[in-house]
Design a protein around this ligand. Structure first.
Ligand SMILES: Nc1ncnc2c1ncn2[C@@H]1O[C@H](COP(=O)(O)OP(=O)(O)OP(=O)(O)O)[C@@H](O)[C@H]1O
Ligand SMILES: O=C(O)c1ccc[n+]([C@@H]2O[C@H](COP(=O)([O-])O)[C@@H](O)[C@H]2O)c1
Length: 213
């Protein structure tokens, strides 16, 4: 399915029409709340993968997580837009509007709708550790290259994880990260560099403690 009409995705409709060949990082997340660790991953992947854009996709809800503490989508999108001011970064909550629960649905939709873009899925190392639990994770790896960014607590676990081992033969040296977006899938890179110890769960826990005082 190639779209004939311009694709309307909230937050990213202002993309230039001449976007063929654009390298776009897809950074999905709960962002509950957004923090500087997310910003660091975006900055590093933009630079090292030589991406033209990163689309921050605020999920209606990670299918593997309990949603009891999940803030409303609109507020998470607004907070992400306030923090992420680089003009190459677009924030959208479009998965909710399209009824997508699983990332394979989003990725299949985008790659079919915009076959002339080069999409890369971006995730922190903790997500690779759990990747084998994602719905159709092997299909995801076959649809788009993956960029995995090191994260404190998961740096050694990630390449030794079930998905890390299953995909090990497709791993690209991080010195070649700038080529990743143009490589056929499966292909993935494990990026090491500046690290942030921040996590949304720690921020939420701190806020709870402050409210309880
Ligand atoms: N400090 C960090 N360093 C590297 N990657 C990160 C970091 N924080 C989050 N990420 C990555 O950003 C994406 C979105 O993460 P998410 O919104 O779940 O934040 P989180 O801090 O992991 O939240 P929580 O603590 O609630 O699980 C995921 O791919 C995650 O791996
Ligand atoms: O598709 C799945 O099965 C799946 C399982 C776990 C997480 N995801 C996606 O992974 C992204 C990161 O989620 P999170 O909660 O770790 O920020 C976000 O876009 C989720 O929707 C997707």
């Amino acid at each position: 399915m190639t779209l004939r009409a311009p694709l309307r995705i909230s937050g990213i409709t202002e993309l230039p029409p001449s976007a063929a060949g654009m390298r776009i990082g897809l950074f999905g997340g709960s962002f509950n709340p957004i923090h500087e660790g997310h910003q660091l991953v975006i900055e590093e992947t933009l630079r090292r993968l030589q991406l033209d854009a990163v689309w921050v996709m605020v999920t209606p809800g990670n299918p593997l997580k309990n949603h009891a503490e999940l803030a409303p989508l609109a507020g998470r999108v607004t907070a992400a837009r306030a923090l992420l001011t680089d003009p190459r970064v677009r924030v959208t909550g479009f998965e909710a509007a399209y009824g997508f629960t699983y990332s394979w649905q989003t990725i299949r939709f985008l790659t079919k709708a915009m076959p002339d873009r080069r999409f890369v899925w971006i995730m922190g190392a903790d997500n690779l550790v759990d990747f084998h639990r994602w719905e159709r994770w092997r299909d995801i790896a076959a649809m788009v290259p993956l960029a995995v960014y090191v994260r404190p607590g998961s740096s050694r676990l990630a390449p030794a994880s079930r998905a890390g081992i299953a995909l090990s033969r497709y791993r690209v040296d991080e010195e070649d990260a700038s080529r990743l977006a143009n490589l056929p899938s499966p292909a993935w890179v494990y990026l090491h560099g500046r690290q942030s110890p921040l996590s949304s769960s720690a921020i939420r826990a701190r806020r709870r403690r402050e409210t309880a005082k």
